[in-house]
Design a protein around this ligand. Structure first.
Ligand code: PEP
Length: 257
């Protein structure tokens, strides 16, 4: 029942954009996306940009997310940022378990699981990333990897908590490489993820859960990916740094609805 779900387009800016650059980008998005009605739009800037971005977007429908958070509420954890801080800074969303965090900062399914709990307890909506490496895909392991990451991430997460979650399927080999999954490859995995949700949380929640595709989404491939019945939107990295490209992807989603 894909028509139950609104499309969601989220931009992951990674470690790009100074506060000045961030303000320029969101000013352009705010002006040019005033007519968007059927698509939810989220930007996830670096922590240092969040306050400035929030101020510019406060009277728009574009919402703000963080790219990561620590798995404690507060404490002597120099350099870290917690869920209450993110929430108080004006974020509604937080990306959890992005493959770059898993690869470079040793995030595990266990830490992802703990972060989801802290995020939801604080009223944030987690965008939880899962996806296989090229090696795992080539050895036919994709479904097993997705099942393992899903089960680990949502261990002891109850249905109420899960109801706040958005899942992003991001094949690691497609992130920042310019090589996107085909619509069919992505749809197959999204279908598998939805079947895991049915298994763990039931059909109603599975129908309502938004599952994003991420991995080299561009204006040129957005239409074919976003037209798939189980692809409810996109987590966009590189193309979200350019106002025109990000706007074109949002408009593609809006026109499909
Ligand atoms: C991402 O950072 O989540 C991502 C999908 O990046 P890109 O669109 O650049 O592949």
């Amino acid at each position: 029942m894909p028509d139950m779900r609104r499309k969601l387009i989220a931009g992951n800016w990674k470690m790009y954009k100074t506060p000045q650059e961030a303000m320029q980008l969101v000013k352009a998005l705010k002006i040019k996306l005033t007519d968007i009605r059927k698509t939810d739009v989220v930007v996830c800037p670096p922590f240092i940009d969040i306050a400035a971005v929030r101020d510019i977007l406060k009277d728009s429908k574009i919402t703000v997310g963080a790219q990561n958070m620590y798995l404690q509420k507060f404490g002597a954890f120099t350099g870290e940022i917690s869920a209450p801080m993110i929430k108080d800074a004006g974020c509604e969303w937080v990306i959890i378990g992005h493959s770059e965090r898993r690869q470079y900062f040793h995030e595990t399914d266990e830490s992802v699981n703990q972060k989801i709990k802290f995020a939801v307890a604080e009223g944030l909506r987690p965008i939880v990333c899962i996806g296989e490496t090229l090696e795992q895909r080539q050895s036919g392991e994709t479904a097993n990897v997705i099942t393992r990451q899903f089960t680990g991430a949502f261990k002891a997460i109850d249905a109420t908590e899960f109801g706040k979650v958005v899942i992003a399927y991001e094949p690691v080999w497609a992130i920042g490489t310019g090589k996107n999954a085909t619509a069919q490859e992505a749809e197959d995995v999204h279908k598998h993820i939805r079947s895991l949700i049915v298994q763990h949380y039931g059909q109603t929640l599975a129908n309502a859960t938004v599952i994003l595709y991420g991995g080299s989404v561009k204006p040129e491939n957005a239409q074919s990916l976003l037209s798939c019945p189980n692809i409810d939107g996109a987590l966009v990295g590189g193309a979200s740094l350019d106002a025109e490209q990000f706007i074109a992807i949002v408009r593609t989603a809006e026109n499909l609805n």
